[in-house]
Each structure stands twice: as structure tokens, then as C-alpha cells.
Design a binder for this molecule. Structure first.
Ligand SMILES: [Zn+2]
Length: 421
């Protein structure tokens, strides 16, 4: 028998059931849940915690993050001028904040290779941090969106080679920039050219095929119905941001099992905190107008109603978008009616996100046999989602890493991670 932790009398949101279950005892041995019971357990345990009045739920996911960015005004400038060392420091700070927000898994979508180093540092206990799935630099056309921070590749042979190179470097998934403004948007924000599909269908299909051969999922940054059509037909596993998909897009996504990763919370944060990073009053006023539109997330609402699985992301690192934006993202899903009730949004941030990441066999729910990544909060997030904002405790693989929304100091230098999921 290994190290045992007994949690008593919790209200459990398990990530599967449609209702919270009260009076649950949970037994953790080493890094896994070994018993989740509606009856009180009288097991021998090294640590016993009474969770009366508290809610226990799976560790949250943020499926779209940029760990090496810190939400400054200009993402391009930040990527262009930050040294690798500064990027590493920012990633270290962001990973700690993620744990303190109850997030135990993130998908880092570049721009740097730094996501891979951050992943390994957290996994090996060098710094506190969530489980990181890292894409490394995004794949883009020559001169395409994010060319300044991605890998430029053109033609089927080149794209297959790029997939193999990314696999060789040890990425967990591949991000492709499927729509761009010709001439490279973002680095040239004044560009007025329209966003268009970046790759040919055969190029996209070659990339996806090669990635899948290598066991890597592919996610597409895509902003137009044409782009969604191309990437989904080519077999990408998910699309980022969501945009405004057409009815045909949604039908195709349902048939193919494609996920959407939402990123709508950032503008709420910019409206509230944009002045702190120097956004102009005019820009903040424009953002306020945008978020006041009740139909702002209509694309996501229609996708959700059609049954397309939606996993939560934030685009953390974008202007005024820190790790805690994940809770704002959850709030926005309810506010704009993407999710009809808190239980749905919690599932989308846990079990659905785990399916997107392909690690649902091991994480994303409170179930016997799963890795014991979980959050304990005061109150009831089903009554008020904001109750998630300051977690009482966060556990990773059965180890407590956060108390009262702060990483536990004695564990901050080194703690053994038994799980290698
Ligand atoms: Zn992003």
C-alpha cells in the first residue's frame, strides 16, 4: 500500500454526472483515485481531510495558452524583442499562476520552443506548474500569419518534413495557421488585406496526414468559413477561436468529430484591465461596445447547440489576458449562453478538454483509476461560477500544491511528480 489520502464528505462535481453529488468520500493512493464513494470510507490513510461545505472538482484545463507571453499590449513586439531568458521567466510565473487558479493542464500553442522546456521543467519538479502539452512554433505559409514566430513551410513535401521535424523536437501536438492576411498579419497590423485560406487543400491534407502518422493531433488557427471547411475536411482535430462557422461547417465538424477551442474571455479582461497595459481609451471603448453585444459569441452558441464539442481556452498571453482569464472565459460562456448552465461549462473545462487533448483515459474527471488532479473550493460553483476564482486547495497527482490560492512554499522548489501523463 502506498501513500493514502482520504477526502471526506465532499460535494463532488466529477466531470461526468449532470448533478453534483453530496456526501462523497474519495480515497487517493499515490497519484490515483482508487475509490469514489457515496458511503463513508473507513480506510487507513496517511492524511484525512474533512471537506464538509466544500466542492471538489477535476483540475481545470486551459486549451489555448502562450506561456512565454505576459499579456503586454503588443504581442509581436513581445515575441520579437523578449530574450529567450525573459520568455522562460514569464513562463515560470504563468505556470505558477495557472496552478493557483486551479488549472492543472494547459495546451501551449507557441510561439516558442519554450513551451517544451516549460513542460519538462514542471514535469520534473524544477518549478511548480501544470501538465503542459506543447506545440512548439506554429506551422505557417511563407509570409503567413505568425511567420515571425512560426515555421514557414510550403508544398506537400515541405509540410511532411516539417511535421517530422516537430515530432523529432518532441512536440505534443501541431498548430497550423490555416488562414492569413497575405503579407503576414500581426507583424503588420495596418494591413488591410482580407483574411484568406493560406494553404492548398493538398498541403493541409499532407500535413494532417503526416502528423497523424506520427501520433500528433493537429489544431488550426482559422478565421473564415472557407478555412474551417478546408481544415476540417483535411482532418484537423480542432479549430482555435471558433469564428462564425456556417451551417455546412457545423455539419462537417459534427461528422468529423472536430472540437472548437473558445477564446472569448480576453476581451472582457481587456475592457476591465486594458488601461493597465496602455490600451487607448478609444480602443477600450470599442472593446466595451463589442462585449456588450449579446450576440457576440453567436458562432460558439450555434456550434454548441449543434452538438460540436467545445473546450475552453483563453489565448493567455495576448493583451490583458493572464492565466486567471480561464475563470472569466467560463463566466463568458454562461453570459453569452454558449453553455446553458455552469455544469456544462465545467465539463467543457475538464472532461471535454481532456478528450480534446487525447488524455481522457487518465485525467479530466473524478473517477476511480484516474490521476488525482483536483481542485477544492469553498462554496458552490454551480450556484456562482466565480466561486472557482480562489481555490482553497489544488492537488496534482495526489500531491497538494496550492493552499488558499497560493503555491505551497515548501513544495515550490521540488516535489515528486509520480504521474507522467
Ligand atoms: Zn493564441
Amino acid at each position: 500500500m502506498g501513500h493514502r489520502l482520504l477526502l471526506q464528505n465532499a460535494r463532488v462535481i466529477d466531470g461526468v454526472s449532470n448533478e453534483a453529488i453530496s456526501g462523497v468520500d474519495v480515497l487517493v493512493e499515490n497519484d490515483r483515485f482508487i475509490e469514489v464513494s457515496r458511503h463513508s470510507l473507513s480506510a487507513d490513510a496517511d492524511i484525512v481531510l474533512d471537506l464538509t461545505g466544500k466542492t471538489l472538482l477535476p483540475g481545470l484545463f486551459d486549451c489555448h495558452v502562450h506561456l512565454a507571453w505576459d499579456g503586454k499590449k503588443d504581442v509581436g513586439e513581445q515575441s520579437g524583442y523578449d530574450s529567450r531568458e525573459l520568455g522562460a521567466i514569464k513562463a515560470t510565473v504563468n505556470m505558477r499562476k495557472y496552478l493557483e487558479t486551479g488549472v492543472t493542464t494547459v495546451r501551449d500553442l507557441g510561439v516558442h520552443w519554450l513551451g517544451l522546456e516549460a513542460r519538462d521543467a514542471a514535469r520534473n519538479g524544477v518549478v511548480p506548474g501544470p501538465r503542459v502539452l506543447a506545440s512548439g512554433p506554429p506551422v505557417t505559409t511563407t509570409g503567413g500569419h505568425c511567420w515571425w514566430c512560426g515555421i514557414e513551410a510550403d508544398g506537400e513535401v515541405d509540410l511532411r518534413k516539417t511535421a517530422r521535424y516537430l515530432a523529432k523536437r518532441g512536440v505534443d501536438l501541431v498548430k497550423v495557421i490555416a488562414t492569413s492576411q497575405p503579407g503576414g498579419s500581426s507583424a503588420f497590423p495596418s494591413s488591410t488585406k482580407t483574411i484568406q485560406t493560406a494553404f492548398t487543400f493538398d498541403e493541409m491534407a499532407a500535413l494532417v496526414d503526416e502528423c497523424h502518422n506520427l501520433g500528433l493531433k493537429v489544431t488550426a488557427h482559422v478565421g473564415t468559413p472557407d478555412g474551417i471547411d478546408q481544415t476540417v475536411r483535411a482532418g484537423v482535430d480542432s479549430i482555435e477561436h471558433g469564428g462564425v462557422p456556417s451551417d455546412e461547417n457545423l455539419e462537417l465538424m459534427l461528422a468529423k468529430g472536430t472540437f472548437i477551442v473558445s477564446t472569448i474571455g480576453g476581451s472582457w479582461m481587456s475592457a476591465d484591465f486594458g488601461h493597465l497595459i496602455g490600451l487607448s481609451d478609444e480602443l477600450i471603448a470599442m472593446i466595451r461596445e463589442k462585449i456588450a453585444d449579446p450576440n457576440r459569441a453567436i458562432g460558439l452558441v450555434r456550434a454548441a447547440q449543434a452538438g460540436v464539442p467545445i473546450a475552453l481556452g483563453t489565448d493567455q498571453g495576448s493583451p490583458a489576458t493572464p492565466p486567471e482569464t480561464i475563470i472569466t472565459e467560463m463566466f463568458c460562456h454562461l453570459h453569452y449562453k454558449v453553455a446553458p448552465e455552469p455544469m456544462v461549462v465545467i465539463k467543457n473545462a475538464t472532461s471535454v478538454a481532456a478528450r480534446l487533448c487525447g488524455i481522457d483515459r487518465d485525467v479530466g474527471t473524478i473517477e476511480k483509476g484516474k490521476v488525482a488532479d483536483f481542485v477544492v473550493v469553498d462554496g458552490d460553483p454551480l450556484a456562482d461560477i466565480e466561486d472557482l476564482r480562489m481555490p482553497k486547495m489544488v492537488f496534482q497527482g495526489g500531491c497538494q500544491v496550492v493552499q488558499d490560492a497560493a503555491v505551497i512554499p515548501e513544495r515550490s522548489l521540488y516535489y515528486p511528480r509520480k504521474s507522467r501523463v
